[in-house]
Design a binder for this molecule. Structure first.
Ligand code: CU
Length: 153
């Protein structure tokens, strides 16, 4: 339930931030979240800077549409880690089977709240295995991990 309340909070923030608010009440929000969790790739928790991160895709990774995802940094209780210093860097990278490597255009990263980041403009310009490089920084440290995203034909 903790995770769910975070997602509701995040969703409300996004809806109010971008001005389009098709959602009328919390029941609608919950239904929308249930559908997302059913249909979309939800990553397990990973550890960065001693905290857990949780990634939720809002779009199925595809060459046809802009990818969007939410990254949350949570504490042991599953609550958002309330550190105003937390910053996130991220980029897409691909290592091709022919030995060549390339990236994509820069991602847009919005810090929606402390510990909560919204990534958009993820353009998977070709199908195959992409690397999402994530670097999380606080005032004194940084931690990097690579998450693999398979983009189907
Ligand atoms: Cu490629």
């Amino acid at each position: 339930m903790q995770k769910c309340s975070h997602l509701i909070y995040a969703l409300i923030l996004f809806m109010s931030a971008c001005g389009k608010a098709p959602i009328n009440n919390l029941a609608d929000v919950s239904r929308k979240i249930d559908r997302l969790e059913d249909e979309l790739n939800t990553l397990p928790l990973k550890n960065m800077l001693g905290h857990q991160i949780f990634i939720q895709f809002y779009t199925r990774p595809s060459t046809a549409i802009e990818g969007k995802m939410l990254l949350q940094v949570v504490d042991d209780q599953g609550n958002l880690y309330n550190d105003y210093d937390l910053e996130l860097d991220a980029f897409l990278w691909m290592k091709m089977s022919n030995g060549k490597e390339h990236g994509s255009s820069p991602l847009t990263i919005k810090k929606t709240a402390p510990g909560l980041f919204y990534l958009s403009e993820m353009f998977f310009i070709m199908n195959g295995k992409w690397e999402l490089h994530l670097t999380l920084k606080n005032a004194t440290n940084s931690s990097t991990l690579v998450h693999y995203i398979e983009v189907p034909d």
